[in-house]
Design a protein around this ligand. Sequence first.
Ligand SMILES: [Zn+2]
Length: 168
Amino acid sequence: MAVRGRSGRIDADRATVYSVEDAWSHALDRGGPMDFFGSTIEVPAQRVLGSLGAMQALADAWVASSAICRDYPDAGAVVVRARRGQSRAHYEPGGVIAIPLEQPWACREAVLLHEVAHHCSEGQCVTAHDGHFRLAMVRLAEVAFGPEAALLLRASYDAAGLAVAHAA
Ligand SMILES: [Zn+2]
């Protein structure tokens, strides 16, 4: 289903962003050394978070990190709540992240990071998953997983033809 943002424009990049991030998340499920254009880089293994409290603490820590406070000074607090059913995690404008806790895939750090990236970038984005969103993802990936995992994500967007906004 096409989703229109505030601008009325269709969120055309959404499916490609999801598929890039799914592949990236799979790499983080394994963690460890991996080939990157002929070089070996080391990515950490992501965690599956066991509770709403653990997710809230992690989201708070990412938003409060010095890099994110510098780049998104207006981001404000974020609230993580549970949602029911088989649906995906989602972000509600204004700072609420809803996670279907019964779904183990939804409790991965990479999924939470995606929703926090919506929170950080919502003031800049024209469509929900545009280049400003992707810049927020790359910045948060560096905070959460380190520079090599962030580089892998940036290169994966690039390989899929998805531009990342330039840092202001
Ligand atoms: Zn999204």
